[in-house]
Design a protein around this ligand. Structure first.
Ligand code: SF4
Length: 313
């Protein structure tokens, strides 16, 4: 019979034990957990969105050492920030950071979740993470953030389901209702991250999981592997975009056709795909056909003209 999560008068049953497990096994030494500075927290959050902890560790330290606050980052040229970001992937995150640095250095951090969500690239998760992990959210009483890991742990442990089977509002309520009174929102979110990273991965490792004794999914039997294969990077549009942007950053004089030429070394590249990659980089504000990287002035029509001939190769 399906074991359902229950809420007791004394506390939420599905998260019982997560506080003591976190105290003993949490990843307390992650450097971005040692700070409540909103800029340092934001840099870590944007880096971690699509890059692993192991790869982010040295890069976060280097980034915040080079640009320790929004003012210093805003005064750097965008191409310097993009170069610093190289190797982390998804460079639009670097541009968002740079744009946010400009906004915050002029007007300060906008207040509350709604205010933070007006910043470039900041959605509900990142806004809540900033409020939970940094001192701009002190005493704000904001709800815990919900990312893929936290959502997966809560959906499985509380309801015996996968997060995509639940409405976001149900997931939000479940997560908020699961916080033990012994943990602040900050530590609760970190504890959930850690259960998700160490045990409740796409393919769960239930043995010795903090929630094994109370988990609704585990109560239904051994959970099945649910991993979906990630699309290959080799030959993808992502690789093409990364190659073209790297060529632009390496030589600021390169123009559209020369950038397409660089892209043609990627397996499976065609002129049309290179054009798509260049146009996408321009649309994302990462590339300018005139100076290769310049955040504002690019026009897709100019690029189309510049690469029209190579696109027919
Ligand atoms: S017991 Fe298994 S399914 Fe439940 S939270 Fe832990 S790892 Fe996830």
């Amino acid at each position: 019979m399906r074991r359902l999560a229950m809420v007791r008068d004394t506390g939420p049953m599905w998260s019982d034990g997560i506080d003591t497990w976190y105290a003993a096994h949490g990843r307390h030494d992650l450097p971005w957990r040692q700070t409540t500075d909103p800029w340092a927290v934001l840099v870590s959050e944007l880096m971690l969105q699509q890059t692993s902890v192991a790869r982010v560790l040295p890069r976060w330290e280097r980034f915040v050492r080079r640009w320790p606050d929004p003012v210093s980052c805003a005064s750097a040229p965008l191409d310097a920030v993009l170069r610093e970001w190289q190797g982390l992937g998804y460079p639009r995150r670097a541009r968002w950071l740079w744009l946010i640095a400009g906004r915050v250095s002029e007007g300060g951090w906008p207040p509350g979740e709604d205010g933070l969500r007006t910043l470039p690239g900041v959605g509900r998760y990142t806004a809540r993470a900033l409020l939970a992990f940094s001192d701009i959210g002190a005493d704000a009483g904001s709800p815990p953030p919900c990312d893929v890991n936290i959502g997966r742990v809560a959906a499985r442990a509380a309801l015996g389901r996968e997060p995509h089977e639940l409405a976001p509002s149900v997931l939000d309520r479940t997560i908020a209702g699961g916080r033990p009174h012994t943990l602040r929102v900050r530590d609760y979110a970190y504890a959930m991250f850690d259960v998700g990273a160490i045990h409740c991965r796409a393919t769960p490792r239930c043995h010795s999981c903090a929630l094994e004794a109370v988990c609704a999914l585990r109560g239904n039997g051994t959970p099945v592997a649910r991993r979906r294969a990630a699309p290959p990077y080799r030959g993808s549009l992502r690789e093409l975009r990364g190659t073209i942007l790297a060529a632009a950053l390496a030589d600021m004089q390169r123009h559209g056709a020369a950038l397409v030429e660089a892209g043609m070394h990627v397996p499976g590249a065609t002129g049309e795909r290179c054009l798509e990659a260049v146009s996408g980089l321009i649309a994302d504000g990462l590339l300018d056909p005139g100076r290769a990287v310049d955040p504002g002035a690019a026009s897709s029509a100019e690029v189309t003209a510049a690469v029209a001939a190579p696109s027919r190769r």
